[in-house]
Design a protein around this ligand. Structure first.
Ligand SMILES: [Fe+2]
Length: 305
């Protein structure tokens, strides 16, 4: 049984004086109280690893030397290694581990996720509406390892628990519209690939130490370089009514593109975005009734990811 959570008077995450009043298109930092939380001790993480189905633990071999010429690509999967052994070997074998669905398989992390969201809601107005796609993902990674360039189909806070890392974030607008459409439709970050032309638009890099968290804006691509020691990070992702509306427009644009039409980019004509949002149900019905007309994206074949 997990030890009692911190008292309700002590939030697990909170604003800092430099944080903006609400979430937007720019990264910023806030503070977390997770570094000493009992859910992040070695023994408790191993208990979680034993509890998770093996296929929900993504283990990848990674490079420890940043190589821009390599395109910041995702490392190869290691499906055979035992997750607990991989975790114990992080100090000696360059590895990146991503633990999926932790809140579905372990009540301790589910409770922490709910507590974290409650604290975020108190801090940021746009989180006070209906939240969807809420989840938490734990990252366990070797010192000096590099996390590939990618974007996520949601917005999130990346919380540093142990070790340090530098997070490089780029504006979402660097990505082609068609890439964002595929990201939200396929829900697979493998569709996002690096282009050196994005570099001049990168936000100032954010260095995270335990107790610090960074906001990763919606669809904003990012990559990470660890400091010298093993890192434990915890990401909380979600969609809000605002981001769901934008996702609906991107999905309709993907359908239009599939029909040979070049759609108007999201945000250029608000009235047209509204029309597309309200027509998404038509495309959903079409895909349900006529599945052979559903746009298909073979991410591995198309992007080799
Ligand atoms: Fe990410």
């Amino acid at each position: 049984m997990d030890p009692a959570p911190p008292p309700t008077s002590a939030p697990v995450v909170e604003r800092t004086p430099t944080a903006p009043r609400d979430l937007g298109d720019t990264p910023f930092t806030i503070a977390n109280r997770l570094a000493d939380h009992p859910l992040f001790t070695d023994d408790r993480i191993k208990e979680l690893l034993r509890r998770l189905p093996r296929e929900r633990v993504e283990v990848r071999r990674v490079t420890v030397d940043p190589d821009p010429a390599g395109g910041w690509k995702r490392g190869p999967l290691d499906k055979d290694v035992d997750p607990v052994a991989a975790f114990e070997g992080l100090a000696t074998r360059p590895t990146w581990m991503l633990l999926h669905d932790t809140w579905k398989h372990d009540a301790g992390y589910r409770d922490l996720l709910e507590r974290y969201l409650a604290d975020l809601r108190a801090a940021f107005p746009s989180l006070r509406g209906e939240i969807s796609d809420l989840g938490c993902w734990m990252f366990l990674s070797s010192g000096r390892s590099v996390v590939h360039f990618h974007a996520d189909p949601d917005q999130s806070f990346l919380n540093q628990v142990r070790g340090g890392k530098t997070v490089h974030v780029y504006p979402a607008k660097v990505l082609p519209e068609a890439t964002v459409e595929e990201l939200v439709y396929a829900y697979d970050q493998g569709v996002v690939t690096y282009d050196p032309s994005y570099e001049p638009q990168q936000f100032p890099p954010t260095h995270l130490s335990p107790g610090q968290s960074v906001f990763l804006p919606l669809y904003a691509p990012h990559r990470v370089v660890n400091d010298d020691t093993v890192c434990v990070s915890w990401n909380v992702g979600f969609n809000t009514p605002i981001t769901r509306r934008r996702r609906d427009v991107h999905c309709v644009n993907l359908e239009l593109r599939h029909l040979g039409v070049t759609p108007t980019p999201v945000g250029r004509r608000p009235w047209l975005d509204g029309l597309k949002r309200s027509s998404r149900f038509v495309f959903k019905a079409k895909n349900r009734l006529l599945p052979f007309l559903r746009p298909k994206i073979d991410v591995v074949k198309k992007y080799g990811a």
